[in-house]
Write a protein that binds this ligand. Structure first.
Ligand code: HEM
Length: 164
């Protein structure tokens, strides 16, 4: 007898309304979201490994809406995600589009850190000491973790040099 009384009290109008609301909320939370295809990010363009010479690397200095590249010991890094560092007006803009090896090794922004003759041989860094080379390795490690290698740097006239 007591069970019947209990059942009568559960199905009151207010309880039915609350239960309906609960079902509506449950449906809204669990219903499938919009098709995933509409929200998928666009794939980045494939990275093409290229051979650069100092003159063909130069345009990638952050001007003219181009990506920003710099070279360290013959490897060309795409540092576009670090545009704030290397783009025009950035603290390290001097390295953009250039072989940054010597400047990074010596921790210097001096103009003579950059190879002046873009048509000449690459900087072999032979005069640098152990500490400087160690600093350079540190930068290379950081760049390798953070940026994509998009090519290599060879001197003008090198057999692998591509015409732009
Ligand atoms: C007054 C001295 C300096 C200060 C206060 C300074 C400060 C900084 C700071 C705060 C960052 C950002 C770090 C991050 O968010 O990842 C940075 C990055 C950097 N610094 Fe310096 N810096 C100094 C000197 C130098 C020198 C002498 C060089 C080399 C010539 C240098 C090369 C760089 C480079 C290449 C990056 C960017 C690395 C990347 O792309 O992630 N800095 N610096």
């Amino acid at each position: 007898m007591q069970v019947a009384v209990g059942a009568q009290t559960i199905f009151t109008p207010i309880n039915l309304i609350l239960f309906s609301l609960f079902l509506i909320i449950l449906y809204l939370r669990l219903r499938p979201s919009k098709p995933a295809a509409a929200t998928l990010p666009v794939a980045p363009p494939p990275t093409v490994f290229k051979t650069f010479t100092p003159p063909t690397l130069l345009p990638y200095n952050g001007t003219a809406n181009q990506p920003v590249y710099l070279a360290v010991r013959g490897r060309v890094f795409d540092v576009t995600p670090g545009r704030n560092f290397y783009g025009p007006g950035g603290p390290y803009q001097n390295f953009a589009g250039r072989d940054a090896s010597r400047g990074l090794a010596c921790g210097s922004f001096d103009a003579d850190m950059l190879t002046e003759d873009l048509g000449g041989p690459l900087d072999k860094l032979e005069d640098l000491g152990g500490e400087e080379m160690e600093a350079l390795r540190g930068w290379e490690e950081r760049f390798t973790e953070k940026y994509l290698v998009v090519g290599k740097l060879v001197p003008v006239g090198h057999p692998e040099a591509e015409e732009e």
